[in-house]
Write a protein that binds this ligand. Sequence first.
Ligand code: ADE
Length: 237
Amino acid sequence: MRFDILTLFPDIFPGYLGQSLLKRAIDGGLVQVCLHDIRKWSRDKHLKVDDRPYGGGPGMVMMVEPVVACVEAVRTQSAEAGPLVMLTPQGRPLDQAGVERLSRHERIVLLCGRYEGFDERIRLLLEPEEISIGDYILNGGEVAAMVIIDAVIRLLPGVLGDAESSQCDSFSGANRLLEFAQFTRPREYRGLQVPEILLGGDHGEIARWREENSRRRTEAWRADLLDKPLEEGRGNP
Ligand code: ADE
């Protein structure tokens, strides 16, 4: 699977791409990540990519021309154009169903904004899929792009070993419960004991304990998950 990241700050990414599962997936040829510096598509002699908003107000807005030129050039670089995802707090909130949907593509183009946002004409011309990773404002879309890559690659065949399978993850498939509590050695720490059932080796008992634990945690902490339809449409405002 190929990710193209369009950003003003490509240097943010190599540290993250060079570690752990993602490094293994890239080294093994399962994942390819191509970084594109939007500034290279600026036609301004100072390589300007942002400007003050018409109508006044604080901050700077990303300019339509370099962003559209960059997206159009990058999308033609590969046979499958793939979805264009714009990272923005106005987007559809990302959830596991959205991650699963994205993981079915061969290629995803991720457009990261900075400053006060994008010139509206970028959205109107390119009709991207707009995604938010939560109801808070980041300094830019770069961290959100990493979140998407991180969540999507877990679902790609061969990226996780059997022992790390994503199938039992919370929120995956029809599983809308939080994960059950996990323990590892030692059996006792500062007076806190590992539940006896987990030490006994009765797999039926252990499965029942875990199911019950998942249900109780979900009811206590995220009861909203229990009422959520499996695939929510976004509708039109
Ligand atoms: N850019 C700024 N804030 C964001 C958010 N919450 N999600 C996605 N992109 C963003």
